[in-house]
Design a protein around this ligand. Structure first.
Ligand code: SAH
Length: 619
């Protein structure tokens, strides 16, 4: 533990020791009670805003007797008569915790801090510097519904662009990986940024989208089942390569090479009487090796223009969605653009990402439930989840949310969360599931018991095992304990598990991030990183990990000998919960000196960890 100010801030997210840093002229009691000082640009004077109660005052608050607010600079506590409310917002509001007996939600008092898929009682050992509040718009169902519509349309436009310009279907999941890669490159922040879409990337052409489209031109290659399929695939590729090279702008040399190789392959196919499956596969690999650089040359201009188009569409949507949030704020009488408090140099236990922006009133959500599922409806759109996971969210909300003491926003925030992840997953059956697949609970239990792990670097409120985790979205997930996106999170001590979604760029940035953190910390820091063991060719992240100077140990859990938890664990049935892994999983321990001393990956511990992956234990 660091010798500095190490009070447990888990209760309220703030250290209660006195603040001495510049910009911090509120007493620690006021800070703890949720008060922050801001500056009103319109009135040119400071005002005070309480993050937990949404109360705003011109004069410095006094503790103990809140009394009637003399002023309400943000118009939240007492909305001005002129503020326009939507019909739903005017409707009588039920005051309830979702578990209140008079609500539509099941009355069973659920205390699901521990289940077979999570343990929310494990306290954090992660230490960071206190950080500024996040200044993005809080979630709102109306905006979330529009975001879903925009993303649905973008996915469709992507498919159409691939089909009309390149004659191929959009590569499977490449849109999702594009979202992930773009976020790594995005410099947009604050109220003009979007949680899913990116709008300020130096290079509008996404390397991951470009790579994936080019890989499917002229035809998408899939592992054939039979010899006849292998022969057909070879012929199809040869025909496609010929067509592209004849119709696009390429050098005469490229055209010559491709044509020669294609003719050679056709001749080879004609000569074969008894070629085996492997013969055809070898021939196809050879042809692709010879042609692909020239096909890339022929198709790159078209592919780049698809990427550019997608980036510009995302930019437009970002602007529209941000304008929509702004107008909701306006309707709610929230006029100030709130800047977060200055970052202090105090070390604290990690606490959830807190929004420094006030939440508007949220509309009523209706609820219906059966014994094992619950359905939440907003504006005629119903979203369902397994009841256990609803109770999990309830626990996470109670543990982490500080601005909603009467749980009035709980249902609307769960609705936004579900809508957000559904949008993120995609529209096709099983789409996005692989990017949300989780390690088995037995592994997390083992990691915490023998390596002191208390934190997941990549997670969601739906798939997290611990109550401390990073996730893609600060706005929807912060109320449920998220510490925000990993690359914005800078811990200085603690023991972590990291199972990133399969985006090359994100995985590589993750390794850089961990190395920087390890380099700059003198406290015990440890990361157990899990990656698919793809070696044909190896991913850059895998190469970087294996050659990292912080690597202490690595081991592989072989393909098919372990399972992952389904990316749809919150909605799937119990017998679909675990899925056999078709690839090996590589585990790498990155640790600094103190991390290594504290959580040494010795052979005894590693064999225990290997056992925790065994399939029978996860059933
Ligand atoms: N928590 C589970 C599941 C990991 S799946 C485990 O550790 O095994 C990967 C998760 O990372 C997904 O839930 C995805 O939404 C989330 N994610 C995506 N981008 C992220 C980011 N930048 N920071 C943190 N989490 C992210």
């Amino acid at each position: 533990m660091p010798a500095l100010e190490m009070e447990d801030t888990r209760a309220n997210g703030f250290n209660s020791s006195p603040a001495h840093s510049p910009g911090r002229d509120l007493s620690s009691q006021l800070l703890e009670a949720g008060w922050r000082k801001f500056f009103s640009k319109r009135e040119q004077r400071p005002y005070f805003f309480n993050k937990f109660t949404n109360q705003s005052l011109w004069d410095e608050p006094t503790l103990g007797s809140p009394g009637p607010s003399r002023h309400d600079p943000l118009g939240i506590a007492t909305p001005s008569p002129s503020s326009v409310m939507s019909p739903q917002e005017c409707a009588p509001r039920r005051r309830h915790s979702s578990l209140d007996s008079n609500s539509q939600v099941p009355t069973k008092k659920a205390s699901l801090l521990i289940s077979s898929s999570w343990n929310l009682t494990i306290p954090t050992n992660v230490i960071m510097y206190e950080r500024a509040m996040s200044d993005v718009y809080p979630p709102h169902p109306m905006v979330e519904q529009s975001r879903a519509k925009s993303l649905r349309k973008l996915r469709q436009q992507y498919e159409e662009a691939c089909m009309t310009r390149e004659g191929i279907h959009a590569p499977l999941e490449s849109f999702n990986r594009w979202l992930l890669e773009r976020k790594v490159a995005d410099r947009a922040a604050g109220l003009t940024s979007d949680p899913i879409l990116s709008s300020d990337c130096e290079n509008p052409v996404s390397p991951s989208m470009c790579r994936e489209i080019l890989n499917d031109i002229p035809v998408k290659l899939v592992k054939p089942k039979y010899v006849s399929d292998a022969r057909r695939q070879l012929t199809k590729y040869a025909e496609g390569a010929k067509k592209i090279i004849e119709s696009r702008n390429v050098t005469p040399e490229s055209r010559k090479i491709v044509k020669w190789n294609v003719e050679d392959s056709f001749a080879w196919v004609r000569r074969q009487m008894n070629a085996s499956y492997d013969d055809y596969m070898e021939r196809l690999a050879h042809l692709k090796r010879q042609c692909q650089p020239h096909i890339k040359e022929a198709a790159s201009a078209g592919t780049e223009s698809i990427c550019r188009k997608m980036y510009n569409l995302a930019k437009d949507d970002t602007r529209k969605l941000s304008e929509m949030s702004a107008s909701i704020w306006k309707e709610n009488g929230i006029e100030e653009v709130i800047s977060p408090v200055l970052v202090t140099e105090r070390k604290v236990f990690c606490y959830p990402r807190i929004l420094g922006t006030p939440s508007p009133r949220l509309p009523t959500i209706s609820v219906s439930s059966s014994s094992d599922a619950i359905s939440l409806t907003y504006n005629e759109e119903s979203l369902s989840m397994n009841m256990q996971y609803f109770y999990k969210l309830e626990c996470l909300y109670r543990l982490n949310c500080k601005d909603d003491p009467r749980n009035e926003h709980f249902l609307a925030r769960v609705w936004c969360l579900l809508r957000r992840y559904q949008t993120y997953f995609g529209v096709h059956k099983n789409e996005g599931a692989a990017l949300q697949a989780a390690l088995p609970a037995t592994v997390f239990e083992c990691l915490s018991r023998i390596f002191g792990v208390t934190f997941e670097c990549f997670a969601s409120p739906l798939n997290c095992y611990y109550k401390q985790y990073c996730s893609a979205f600060s706005d929807t997930d912060g109320y449920f304990g998220s510490r925000g996106p990993l690359l914005d999170f800078h811990p200085i001590a603690g023991s972590f598990e990291a199972n990133p979604p399969f985006s090359e760029e994100l995985m590589e940035s993750m390794v850089n991030h961990f190395e920087n953190l390890l380099e700059n910390s003198s406290e015990a820091l440890s990361f157990v990183v899990c990656l698919p063991e793809w070696r044909d060719p190896p991913t850059k992240a895998l190469i970087r990990l294996e050659s990292s100077r912080f690597k202490r140990k690595e081991f592989v859990v072989p393909a098919l000998e372990h399972q992952y938890r389904n990316g749809f664990q919150h909605i799937c049935s119990k017998d679909e919960l675990h899925i056999h892994s078709s690839h090996g999983t590589l585990l790498v321990f990155l640790q600094n000196e103190k991390g290594f001393e504290k959580w040494t990956p010795n052979s005894e511990r590693l064999s225990e960890l290997a056992i925790s992956f065994q399939v029978s234990k996860t059933k």
